[in-house]
Ligand binder design. Sequence first.
Ligand code: ACM
Ligand code: ZN
Length: 683
Amino acid sequence: MPQIAFLYLCANISYKEMPVLAFPHYFSGNAHVYFMNKIVTLSLSMLCCFGTSCCLEAQSLLPKPQSAAFQKGTFSTAKPFAVNNEAGDMARNLYTAPLIEKKSADSKGRAAVFRKSDAAKGREAYRLRVTADSIIVEAAAAEGFLRAGQTLGQLAATASKTAALPSYPCCTITDAAAFEWRGMMLDVSRHFFPIDFLKKQIDVMARYKLNRLHLHLTDAAGWRMEIKRYPRLTRLGAWRTDASWKKWWNGDRGYVEEGQPGANGGYYTQDQLRELVDYAAERGVTIVPEIEMPAHSEEALTAYPEYSCTHEPYKQADFCPGNAGVYDFLENVLLEVMDVFPSKDIHVGGDEAGKASWGNCPLCQRKMREEGLKDVNQLQASLIRHFEQFLESHGRHLIGWDEIVEDNLQKNTNVMVWRNVDESKKAIAAGNRVILSPGKFCYLDSYQDAPPTQPEAQGNLWTEYVPTAEHAEYMLYPRVLAIAEIGWNGTKKKDFADFRRRALNESELLRGKGVNAFDLKGEIGERPERSRAVKHNALQAKVAYNAPYGKPYPAAGETALTDGLQGGWTYGDGRWQGFIGKEGLDVTIDLGKARTVSSVAATFMQVCGAEIYFPASFSVAVSADGKAFKEIYLSENTVEKTDKPGFRTEQFKGRGAKARFVRVKALPGAFGGWLFTDEIIVK
Ligand code: ACM
Ligand code: ZN
């Protein structure tokens, strides 16, 4: 299934290029999506929409409102009675003052009324009524007025496609957010993106009512936020020897002093980030900073090696949790982070700590003894608890990746689930709130269409393979729309066909407005072989595994290779069976009785980034009794690494050999790695 189908879908627009509309109607976009709620589900089957809304306008809004009814007629005005900022000001005034009603009328007396009302339940909820004479917006808080403005922006765009001036279709909309946290994450460490690019993404996000931009600001590949107290974090840690993450990671992984020849990278000054925070806030978007600890910190620990266990630059990825100085250092960093980012939630990473140096480090060992910690996992938990308390003492809450679930989290701590949706159950059971961004569905750095047609990508790798701003937009849009749709409208009313139609409209709109969105119109979609069963003579035949398949990729287990079902574009789709080890694929198929075998074919996949390679040899042997085999085919290939994934079919074709048993072997080449195949087709 293409990833849009997993996710639903989405896209982006340049705010500056937007038609002038009477209300704030900002556009924005990127890659992760989160849903914060005590009860979080991400089932992707779909249901239906709202009985009352049947006209074009109703079908065009994205995300879809909770309830919308459209009537004949439009509200139109020769001169917009308010411009974006004015509406924004109204919302802000309503938020800060006990104002009941604020009106502005055009020369004909037609009015937009922003009315504070508790009838709209929830901070982002709103009620909107458009008639030929008026637009009435009711909300309980500024956020609600902003969201109503964003809806009006989309309505105006719809209604004014042919008209010179904006007009709004008559309608009644009652709307509210299903999930409090509707976000996307940008990894600005692996590749650095300029501040204007971030603003453009915020514009797109706002159009789709996304409200959290999570910036992954630090990682081995570059520290991206100016920290005044520790200038080497950016003087050295923000600059590396190669612009391409892939070349750098596979090369020397070196850092270079700022301004020196060959320094690639960059960072945001605190002034730039403050301006960005304001820009986002005006559009209803909170920027959530992420500072990684204790792991993913090679750049920080090369700039300040005294904070790793061994004090050696270039050697460690993890901070030393046994060193009191580390806590001072990270607290000082977080103080500056909190000074720049007003976000209630501060992300401290917490994922993928190797912890290897902790076992041999006297300071770590002493801390474990003193605190009665029984292993290095508890040592990490102790560090996380320290920073939970530190952030709470400053009125903030900690967010961490799901590894932090380990133990005893504070109730205010939020867990960002990335490995597996099941991780959310543990966190919810412990009383914590969960933000869902399971890699399988929400990591938008993976392929979004037939991999051989797409730029290099890989699941769970963020911007490692996304070197430019244009490429980032291509990966983000329109997929982010899926996140926006589910995040706002919820999971209960999903209708993929309806969503796709709206996403297609938005995709085209975004592309027209200078956003480098993937061309959804030209989507290839699913691998054709996946959607039709294949008939052949070994269908349902018993398969004996002379070498086992790899446990993580069983597909349908012992029936996988003769069930008539072929795989899609990705090896993780449950149809591809994986083989790891020297013996590769080695199976014997029992046809049940002697048959003429004139063709034996198997398709293999190559995805070098995932260490999946074509086989170096493919052989077919036949036997009457399953004991004495005669080889009837052998092909040998040199396995070569490729940037793009590919598929290769190996096939014996001959005049035919009479046999009951067919033994098929495929051996790995010099790179080792995995072999993947989906069906052995015998004719
Ligand atoms: C992650 O992808 N390591 C959070
Ligand atoms: Zn240590």
